[in-house]
Design a protein around this ligand. Structure first.
Ligand code: AMP
Length: 280
């Protein structure tokens, strides 16, 4: 496994691989890797010839009062996980390498509508930061399959739309959410939870899952279940169209239930799918 820090080296390695007829898989991450990231790597390693994992805590996607400075990092442990997964290359660039003209960048990719509600409403600059760094990573990686987790459902929808509308030669692949045994979606930010908050946090998953068969009652039900947990502070719960992330009325078709909940320092997100048939 090679560990690279520059865009130029990464580009030339992948260009050579493709010239040799080898396919490329890209797994973008912010590091502090866990079993959720591992499934994305496994998916890429088993289906592509060369897998690139990027480890970069992207300042553009953090708001002014968010956790950029304290975001958990452990490069040596991450590299060991990549090595054991059979990853071929890690790109671990500095902020200066990624943003040579400084931040905020003058050039930014924004995806209207899909970015607007939920995470976009709570974190107004977040998705432009995500779309901009992912556009850069797609430009660096070149033609490839890129693997993203369904845990960040709205992010996946934003990236799919961006890749399609800007004609990136990239196939975006969504991978199911990996959970702890008690249902909590794995997240690097779970490291912020105190033992008491950690014990309470699975309520996010069970509250969303509980409403799945009756979308019309979901908002009230999920919010009641989450309010019943004293350590949980509900940010939002929404039932929306799974692809456009817009509200749907009546609640028919491919829907997604999404919630964000604060537990002390940690802000956790989760989502579940639900399909409802039109009334007959
Ligand atoms: P992050 O390092 O948090 O930016 O995540 C990097 C990628 O891993 C994103 O595509 C996430 O959606 C994905 N990911 C994070 N947590 C999970 C999880 N529990 N299950 C599946 N994918 C995940």
């Amino acid at each position: 496994m090679q560990v690279l820090t520059t865009i130029a080296e990464t580009r030339s390695l992948l260009e050579k691989a493709r010239a040799d007829g080898r396919s490329v898989g890209l797994v973008p991450t912010m590091g502090f890797l866990h079993a959720g990231h591992r499934t994305l790597m496994d998916r890429s390693v088993s289906s592509r010839d060369v897998t690139l994992v990027t480890i970069f805590v992207n300042p553009l996607q953090f708001g002014a009062n968010e956790d950029l400075a304290t975001y958990p990092r452990d490069f040596d442990r991450d590299a060991a996980m990549c090595e054991s997964a059979g990853v071929d290359v890690i790109l671990h660039p500095t902020v200066e390498e990624m943003y040579p003209f400084g931040t905020p960048t003058l050039t930014s990719v924004s995806v209207a509508e899909v970015s607007a509600p939920m995470e976009g409403a709570s974190r107004p600059t977040h998705f432009a930061g995500v779309a901009t760094v992912v556009a850069k990573l797609f430009n660096i990686a070149g033609p490839c399959h890129a693997y993203f987790g369904e845990k960040d459902w709205q992010q996946l929808a934003v990236i799919r739309r961006m890749a399609g509308e800007l004609s990136f030669p990239v196939e975006v692949v969504g991978c199911p959410t990996v959970r702890e045994a008690d249902g909590l979606a794995m997240s690097s930010r779970n490291a912020y939870l105190t033992p008491e908050e950690r014990a309470a946090a699975p309520v996010v998953h069970w509250a969303i899952a509980a409403g799945e068969r009756d979308p019309a009652k979901v908002r009230a039900l999920v919010s009641d279940l989450i309010s019943a947990e004293p350590l949980a502070d509900l940010d939002y719960v929404e039932v929306v169209d799974a692809d456009t992330l817009q509200e749907v009325d009546p609640l028919v078709g491919k829907l997604r239930l999404l919630a964000a909940v604060r537990f002390g320092r940690a802000r956790l997100i989760d989502n579940e799918g639900a399909t409802t048939a039109a009334p007959t």
